[in-house]
Design a protein around this ligand. Structure first.
Ligand code: ADP
Ligand code: ZN
Length: 727
């Protein structure tokens, strides 16, 4: 057993995977010894639940005679000490109940059973057993030892009913078998690309970081297409040579078919993949393979942070600026930041990768906490695309259209050259607003402060926050006028309609989360684009991901101003990141790329930064704006979201919270104020924001603040430390 596994008798704390205040004490019965990390069954109320023996002394407070005993030790590998520390760390940082964090860490392994499968073994043959051909095949398949149910059915070529029948006849006994199929070992010395001098220099530094077997964080940045992926795969190779495991986090694993293909080219085999939509069987196999050290490289979504690596030697976070790394529901944690914590707990290096690093990470580099490696140019002499601003005040689209004449002309020319073009609009559906021309009524969601979005193909108006959907009405629900409901503004569906009319011969492909359900659809789309079966791609933010489409030379951004509205602290930063990533899809091979941004604000610093390509200058000016007011990353923020069934209850609770807010030097509390999404799924929401100087911590302030607050029935207070969303 691993570190910290001293055997214990007497009374021990057991952490249960539920949002309870902390660990509960249990008595260790006579004849049993347990160690921290052991998975145990314990009584809770009148149920038996699984929990983990936690570290430290018992909680105390319950008389020894009233303590209930542990029922049993579960036949599962104990939870590793570094994972227990990660659970403690995340709970303390996000001020979530530790049990809720534990539930997140265990959900993926324990729910629905332990990481092993039910199987069958031979029993002594019953004397009166009727033997058919099928039954004989089953018995033969078990001659060499126990086999899992599905594998047995496959091996013997029988249905589950035949196996069941044999079991009922007493010829088979149920048993637990390890089901893990071997994961192929990636070969670090499989021939990879020949790195350029700049790439090799960065790769050398990363290999050294892996060899040092110490915690250190490196930002690997460089323009889109500069070969960052190839470079950090060299660090993965070094980790494999050292016989250790590597974890690579990607923001959206469903969109990473090209990444997996690249990995396979580099190492000869595919890595283990982890995300929460895996089948139970695959999840168990992967969990077990990681635990036993048989999965040398795992690429995964944020939940892969909780996998039980015995010897983690490297953590990579690709596209570190992506907000998809922040979990918003339940425990509000940022997987990039927790990946750094995990690396520290394992004394392993972490690499953060991005062409558009977050201001948080840049500040960490400037403060000397993180190292920085920079790749200055696109690989193979490809040039960065030329970005032009299209001033929609000067060259407006025709009435009822959304593509300005210069963009249309550019698309026509691109298609005539036999190259591919892409239109980007970060909005699903046909139109974001439906308005009655007769009375001005706007179609709103009854449960949310939000308009209903028209989805014409499905003939629905739908709320993008709660999913509420109604058929598109024939008459205005307010004034009863017929045929008066009018779509206002474009979504990708509407742009597709316009493009189809303008370019009738072009083969169109729409890439949005609702047109590409599931990883296979996205992978098929990527393949079709690579195979030049598509001329014009129209997409939402899905198209901004790290795709490499060599024949794509023109990108048009339909509404570059879209992300700039609202009072979000990071609106400008995020718009620059998103649009720079979208632009970076163009001209990645020999033919040069061209990007057109349609905007009403060509003078805006965001548009100027994108057009000039001076991202460093832009980030420096962002920093200069946030510094004086101690806005992140130069100060710390926590959001409190109060929600209740009625506006009155929400106001009351929010005012109470406001009155008991912490105060003092370096502390600011903003609000309470109605949230921009003042009603969400029928709940009324108010927000407060706690801001402190960077040298202070928000957690102790939050803890004592919330400890003194009593909330009424049906009132919830959700806490979000380091909030990214201000809705
Ligand atoms: P980034 O991650 O910085 O966007 P990639 O690693 O995706 O860049 O590289 C862009 C493209 O250039 C990919 O197709 C990649 O395989 C290719 N590439 C990068 N470096 C090399 C190299 N040294 N030799 C051959 N191909 C390379
Ligand atoms: Zn809604």
């Amino acid at each position: 057993m691993g570190e910290g596994h001293e055997k214990r008798r007497g009374v021990v704390p057991v952490l249960l995977p539920y949002p309870l205040a902390g660990a509960f004490d249990y008595r260790v019965p006579h004849g049993m010894t347990v160690a921290p990390g052991d998975i145990v069954a314990v009584p809770l109320g009148n149920r038996t639940v699984s929990g983990v023996v936690w570290d430290g002394p018992p909680e105390g407070g319950v008389g020894d005679n009233r303590l209930r005993p542990i029922s049993a030790i579960q036949p599962a590998a104990p939870m590793r000490a570094d994972l227990r520390r990660l659970v403690d760390w995340i709970a303390a940082y996000t001020i979530a109940p530790p049990g809720e964090v534990l539930a997140m860490a265990l959900r993926l392994s324990m729910r629905g059973g332990l990481p092993a499968a039910a199987g069958w073994a031979l029993a002594p043959p019953p004397p009166d057993l009727r033997l058919t051909e099928a039954r004989k095949r089953v018995l033969d398949a078990l001659a060499a030892g126990p086999v899992s149910g599905p594998a047995l059915a496959r091996a013997a070529g029988v249905s589950a009913g035949v196996i069941r029948g044999l079991a009922d006849a007493g010829a088979l006994v149920p048993t637990i078998v390890a089901t893990a199929e071997p994961f192929a070992a990636p070969d670090p010395d499989h021939p990879g690309p020949t790195l350029s001098d700049a790439q090799e220099k960065a790769a050398r530094a990363l290999r050294a970081a892996v060899e040092a077997r110490a915690f250190a964080v490196t930002l690997l940045d460089g323009v889109t297409g500069s070969g960052k992926t190839e470079v950090y795969l060299e660090a993965v190779a070094q980790c494999l040579r050292a016989g250790r495991q590597a974890l690579v986090l990607l923001p959206e694993i469903a969109l990473s078919s090209q990444w997996l293909a690249r990995f396979t080219r580099r190492f000869g085999v595919a890595p283990a993949v982890w995300h929460s939509d895996l089948s139970t069987r695959t999840r168990r196999q992967t969990w077990q393979a990681v635990e036993e050290g048989r999965a040398p490289v795992v690429v995964g979504a944020r939940s892969a942070l909780f996998l039980p690596f015995p010897d983690l030697g490297l953590v990579v976070v690709d596209e570190e600026h992506e907000t998809a790394f922040k979990q918003e529901d339940g425990v509000a944690y940022h997987a990039r930041d927790m990946a750094v914590v995990r690396a520290r707990l394992c004394a392993a290096p972490a690499i953060l990768v991005s062409a558009t690093p977050s201001l948080e990470t840049i500040a960490n580099v400037e403060a000397g906490r993180y190292a920085r490696l920079h790749l200055p140019a696109r690989h193979g002499g490809a040039s960065l695309p030329q970005i032009t601003l299209l001033d929609l005040r000067e060259t407006p689209p025709e009435r009822g259209h959304f593509l300005a004449p210069p963009l249309r002309a550019a698309i026509a020319a691109c298609l005539a050259r036999g190259e591919q073009a892409m239109l980007f609009l970060n909005r699903r559906g046909y139109a974001p607003l439906t308005l009655c021309r007769a009375c001005g009524h706007r179609m709103e969601c009854p449960n949310c402060t939000a308009w209903l979005v028209e989805h014409r193909a499905r003939r629905l108006l739908q709320c993008h926050h709660c999913g509420h959907a109604i058929p598109i009405p024939e008459t205005c629900p307010q004034c009863g006028a017929a045929h008066s409901l009018t779509p206002i503004g474009p979504g990708v569906e509407r742009i597709t309609e316009e493009a189809r009319a303008d370019f009738p011969d072009a083969r169109l492909l729409v890439m949005a989360s609702d047109t590409l359900p599931g990883p296979h659809a996205a992978a098929d789309a990527a393949r079709a684009i690579e195979a030049r079966e598509v001329d014009l791609i129209i997409g939402t933010q899905i198209v901004a991901k790290g795709w490499h489409f060599p024949h794509l030379t023109l990108v048009g951004v339909v509404d570059a101003d879209l992300g700039l509205g609202g009072g979000d602290l990071r609106a400008a930063e995020r718009t620059v990141q998103l649009l720079h990533q979208v632009a970076g899809r163009a001209g990645r091979a020999e033919a040069p790329g061209e990007v057109m941004l349609q905007t009403y604000n060509p003078g805006h610093k965001v548009m100027q930064a994108l057009a000039s390509g001076d991202l460093d200058g832009f980030m420096a000016s962002e920093a200069a704006e946030r510094q004086p007011g101690h806005w992140p990353p130069f100060g710390r923020l926590a959001a409190l979201i109060v929600s209740a069934d009625s506006a009155e209850a929400a106001d009351l609770a929010a005012r109470d919270l406001g009155r008991s807010a912490p105060h003092g030097e370096g502390i600011t509390v903003l609000g309470p104020a109605p949230a921009p999404l003042a009603i969400l799924r029928g709940r009324h929401r108010r927000r407060l924001l706690l801001k402190v100087r960077r040298d202070m911590a928000v957690q102790p302030l939050l803890r004592s603040w919330l400890a003194g607050v009593r909330t009424g029935r049906g009132v919830r207070v959700d806490v979000d430390v380091d909030p990214l969303s201000f809705l």
